[in-house]
Design a protein around this ligand. Sequence first.
Ligand code: HEC
Ligand code: HEC
Ligand code: HEC
Ligand code: HEC
Ligand code: HEC
Ligand code: HEC
Ligand code: HEC
Length: 659
Amino acid sequence: MAARVDGPRGLSPHRNEVAALASLTSPGLPLVSHTMLGGEKIMHQHHRWLSASAFTDNARYADHESQRMDCWAGPDVRWRFAAPCTRRSRVYPTGLASARRSRLKPQHGFYDLAKTRIRTLVFALAAMLTVLSGSGIADDSPCTACHAKQVEAYLETGMGRSLSRSHHRLDASFSHEFSGSRFVVESTARGMLQRVERDGWDSENRVEFVIGSGNHAFGYLVARGRHLFQSPISYYTRRGLWDVAPGYEDNAHPEFERPVTAECVWCHAGRPRPIRGTLNQYGNPSFDAEAISCDRCHGATREHLANPSADTILSPSELPARARDSICEQCHLSGEARILNPNRTFGDFRPGMELEEVFSVYLYEQPSPSSGVPEFKVVSHVEQLAASRCAQVSGDSLWCGTCHDPHGKPDDGSDYYRQKCQGCHTPTALARHPEPLQDCVGCHMPSRRAYDSGHSAFTDHSIARNREEPSRGETLWKLKAWREPQGSLAQRNLGLAYARLAERSHSPQQESEAALRNLVPAMRDFPETDVAIPHALGRMFLLRGRTELATELFEHVVRVEPRNPIWLQSLADGLHASGNFNGAVQALERAIESDPLVESSYRVLAQIYASVDEPGLAAQTWERYLEHTPDSIFARQAKQALESGEPLTAPTSRRPGAP
Ligand code: HEC
Ligand code: HEC
Ligand code: HEC
Ligand code: HEC
Ligand code: HEC
Ligand code: HEC
Ligand code: HEC
């Protein structure tokens, strides 16, 4: 009973609307497939990257204590412990310096005893760990000649070291019980090598880039051709531990196959060069500037370099409030979903624009926004500050730049921030304030645990009168825009945001319904070439068991953009769910042809072959994948198992996100 859709122009909004509303009224439809869009998943996990980095006495991490580990003590001294690493033998490569600055003190008692000794080692290690590469804002910055102070100070900050070539020289190994894997990190003349060993197989990759300054953690990126992938290995600076990267904790087959999307690197690098329309392919070089570069906040610099004056460069604080705030929000406001406007990429944002000209950010609607501190989570400084009475009463005059100088960190934070507070709260106004008044931030902006971690502390930007721990509260699902985009974009983007939530929800009834209610009318306002809408509608119909309608929408999407592997995978999902095996196989073949390095295309294809009792074809599918990724442990195991008729558990769903 699906509505008929004829040809590319055949997506009659009206007829689809009828079908959509019809489906809304049929409750309790079964889920066809529950694939999670990896990009979403990755962002979700990203929060945990930060949280997992702090100190913890959490039992899971305590496991490490009993594991065999290699420990580093300095550039030339390596201690290899047969016995478990003791606290004494741990070092904090760059984290100590920041732990010293922040109020977040390590819980280890040994910290105080060994402070001096460790500090010496730390400086040696820090120097070794944080060498910046030649590109970006290193010593050869064109700005140094005239703004040496800003350039030097900037290089000390997290943003000035956010992404770099791999210059790490550390050896380590650790085990991951869940997957029965052992991970090995080795420095060689070729650079840092990382290896996963499991069931007698191994997969080795050379690290291409290090992501993160190490204030919290280091992540690692590897390259295959022009594709970038994340490593399953991370180093958590403050805990001084190697462990799996966020999102791999309960992965039974951790490997080097999670695509690095443009969204990820637009927040972490200066000038990445993602190839439009691809999932994780980059130009050569992959980055024009690796660490976050001056132009990300000051706009284009060419004119200023040719004709240096205050008028030829953008000063964030001089912009209208919305454009000014957008500069920091482009990276510091991740929200629950960030939805691009039609034909936009994250790289289209330029300082001076309002964020909503390129994308809008959706957050959970809090049950009673006025009644208290919003839920606390990492990368939500923007939301928290907006909830503070300081911001609400002083309006636009308070912004990130009121307290933060992005080019440097204060030596004495307590003193520095007190002056910032007193810029508005004069001593006279504070006459009735209880003593002591010294450390404003220590009392009013404490470090808090983030809810999605359970064991991490970050500075509370809601500047409350009293310290009260925020509660987790009821499960939230309603979304609201951080700022509404113009006109009919509001409905389109909200609908797409709900569709994202639905894909990652375990019971997506409410979310998929909200997505349909917004997307169906939005289809009238946007051209049919805006395939995000029909694609999301298709995914929602698929979730609700309307497989034929979903398939028709995917067919339309693929007619408009025939080479996008994600769209082709969706088409295959639709066809497969409707029982059209040949069609699904063809769609997956096209997905593989357009990008032979997307593991999920092969995985679904092999599953389809296996499900129709064609183990030989399934084994061949993995064989083809191995031509591109010869190291893949899972592909080799799957191929062997299929050839010998043994069962093999499938890896946890790891479908990459849409580009
Ligand atoms: C040849 C010298 C020179 C170079 C190189 C240079 N600048 Fe400037 N810059 C200036 C001068 C002169 C001013 C104006 C200073 C003033 O008015 O106080 C300025 C001002 C600025 C300002 C402040 C504008 C304001 O409103 O106060 C910023 C921001 C800035 N430059 C950024 C940069 C960046 C980023 C680079 C590197 C891409 C750079 N500059 C390279 C000379 C230079
Ligand atoms: C291009 C993305 C991007 C933009 C734009 C951006 N940030 Fe950041 N910021 C980051 C990332 C990523 C980090 C963490 C870097 C790390 O430690 O690896 C960070 C870290 C910080 C930190 C912690 C610094 C430290 O050394 O620990 C502060 C404070 C900060 N940003 C403030 C700002 C302010 C204020 C603005 C706007 C004027 C801004 N940021 C704009 C991405 C960005
Ligand atoms: C919306 C922007 C955004 C996206 C997308 C994003 N990050 Fe982040 N990330 C940040 C910011 C901002 C911080 C620092 C936050 C803070 O200090 O509170 C950070 C911190 C980190 C850190 C810790 C760095 C340190 O030592 O301080 C790592 C590692 C990291 N991110 C990896 C990733 C990876 C890998 C991806 C992509 C899969 C990703 N992030 C996607 C904004 C982003
Ligand atoms: C994360 C955002 C961000 C980045 C990255 C950044 N700046 Fe700035 N810059 C600011 C802000 C905010 C101000 C404060 C003045 C304003 O807002 O107008 C500022 C001010 C300046 C000024 C004016 C003098 C001063 O210190 O107030 C200069 C010069 C400058 N920046 C140069 C640079 C250079 C050179 C780089 C790259 C090495 C750079 N900035 C990177 C945000 C940034
Ligand atoms: C841009 C000006 C500005 C800055 C900077 C500023 N505040 Fe405020 N703050 C205000 C205003 C305005 C109010 C509301 C006063 C009122 O309610 O009459 C306020 C209220 C407060 C309150 C009362 C909160 C409540 O829930 O009643 C506290 C506590 C506070 N500020 C602390 C700080 C601290 C600590 C700093 C520095 C880290 C700071 N403020 C920086 C403007 C500012
Ligand atoms: C009223 C002052 C104030 C304002 C305004 C402010 N911050 Fe902060 N911020 C702080 C303090 C204090 C710290 C803790 C610094 C430390 O411990 O060294 C901090 C720390 C941070 C950090 C490091 C991670 C953490 O949570 O400790 C980031 C990132 C950051 N701020 C981003 C932002 C962004 C983005 C904005 C604008 C939305 C902003 N801040 C506005 C005072 C402020
Ligand atoms: C020792 C902890 C502590 C320190 C340090 C501290 N405060 Fe407070 N502050 C409080 C408490 C507790 C209250 C609530 C008092 C009440 O509700 O009667 C408060 C109330 C306030 C208020 C709202 C009431 C008022 O007097 O207007 C402001 C604004 C404020 N503080 C700002 C500051 C600033 C600015 C500093 C630094 C110069 C500072 N505080 C230092 C604990 C502290």
